[in-house]
Design a protein around this ligand. Structure first.
Ligand SMILES: Nc1ncnc2c1ncn2[C@@H]1O[C@H](COP(=O)(O)OP(=O)(O)OP(=O)(O)O)[C@@H](O)[C@H]1O
Ligand SMILES: [Mg+2]
Length: 339
């Protein structure tokens, strides 16, 4: 039986999902998560990554995962993802043209990055003489870091992709009848945005604001220790009537940043695809579980908002019941394992 592991090494936690795939469909074989050692992942020193490797190894052991095909994701905030318009070209012409295009869009020397591209919409699909191409440039040092962590864990990497691509794969099948979907992945350090139209990526963006910024703001404004702030955040979140509205007030500036980024994304999208509108917004990542977030964003944006559920279409036996409401945290790992 073929099984594939998706490993999402986040700044706050490492998530593992193992899926099997056969004629009957896709089934969940293993799932687990563990805290990422603070600062280890951000370090550029190889010896610091060892601490992450220890966690990864333990996670494989604890979940009983034996698969050898392991797919990993690179943090969206550290790769350069652009959707560019280029003249309609053959694939061979595109390969040489892309280098020149990449130079314009990527603020790093081309020698330091690995450039990948995918045609999202060809000339027939755009109805013009242009094509939409997804350009992804990953710093070589970043890829090396993740590959090293796996090697230190006695594992080898099968495929590497960006978080947004994994997230899109996991979620797109869960809302088959919606033409245009916005996905917002709220992690610890970053929030990533994607707009997907007819199953094809149309917009991506990442900002440096997430769950940690919410806790920090609570801690600073209300004078809590970080641990306490984290607990208040998880218990009360955006529920307006709690602590006389002080919690909401303290985290509102971060929420405003996220909402204004969403509005910018929507404006950009509607400029390109006139007359289209966002059918639903799906919230993913650990911070998607912030109490009251779904309602808060729905009101602020005037759009339908739902918590992402990557389990749709994946059979799970009883021992995974506890994860039913935890799906949003595992979206990236599920998407990786579905690859
Ligand atoms: N119930 C909850 N309510 C609010 N926030 C939560 C809840 N549970 C977890 N979080 C927050 O989710 C964040 C962790 O989410 P996640 O595991 O998706 O992050 P990560 O993938 O490690 O981070 P990143 O992708 O930014 O590197 C933390 O900031 C944590 O405080
Ligand atoms: Mg993450």
């Amino acid at each position: 039986m073929d099984t594939i592991v998706g490993l999402d090494i986040g700044s706050h936690s490492v998530k593992l999902i193992e899926l099997s795939r056969d004629k009957k469909g896709v089934a969940l074989l293993a799932a687990g998560s563990a805290p990422t050692p603070p600062k280890a992942l951000a370090s550029t020193v190889q010896s610091d990554w060892e601490a992450v490797a220890v966690i990864v190894k333990k996670l494989f052991k604890d979940t009983g995962t034996k698969a050898e095909a392991i797919n990993i994701a690179l943090p969206e905030s550290q790769v350069f993802t652009r959707i560019i318009e280029v003249p309609a070209l053959s694939s061979r012409e595109l390969t040489s043209a892309i280098k020149w295009e990449a130079e314009q869009y990527i603020p790093l020397p081309l020698a330091d990055v690995t450039v990948d591209f995918t045609v999202l919409r060809d000339a027939a699909a755009t109805g013009t003489n242009k094509m939409d191409v997804l350009l992804v440039a990953s710093p070589k040092t970043l890829v090396e870091k993740y590959v090293s962590i796996l090697e230190m864990s006695d594992l080898s990497v099968n495929a590497v992709e960006t978080e947004i691509l994994a997230t899109s794969r996991a979620l797109i099948k869960t809302i088959p009848n919606v033409k245009t979907v916005m996905i917002v992945s709220l992690g610890a350090q970053t929030t990533d945005f994607a707009i997907i139209r007819d199953g094809v990526l149309a917009f991506t963006r990442s900002i440096a604001a997430g769950g940690e910024a919410l806790s920090r703001s609570l801690s600073q404004k209300l004078g809590f220790e970080m641990i306490q702030a984290e607990a208040f955040k998880r218990t009360y979140g955006l529920e307006k009537d709690k602590l006389e509205g002080k919690i909401v007030e303290a985290i509102k500036p971060i929420m405003d940043t996220i909402i204004s980024e969403m509005n910018r994304a929507i404006a950009f999208y509607q400029e390109k695809f006139k007359g289209d509108h966002i059918g639903v917004v799906l919230l993913s990542g650990g911070t998607a579980r912030l109490p009251g977030l779904v309602v808060y964003l729905a009101q602020a944006l005037g759009l339908e908002v739902q918590l992402a559920n990557p389990w749709v279409g994946i059979s799970r036996d009883g021992r995974f019941k506890v994860l039913d409401t935890e799906g949003a945290v595992f979206t990236v790992a599920v998407g990786l394992a579905l690859r």
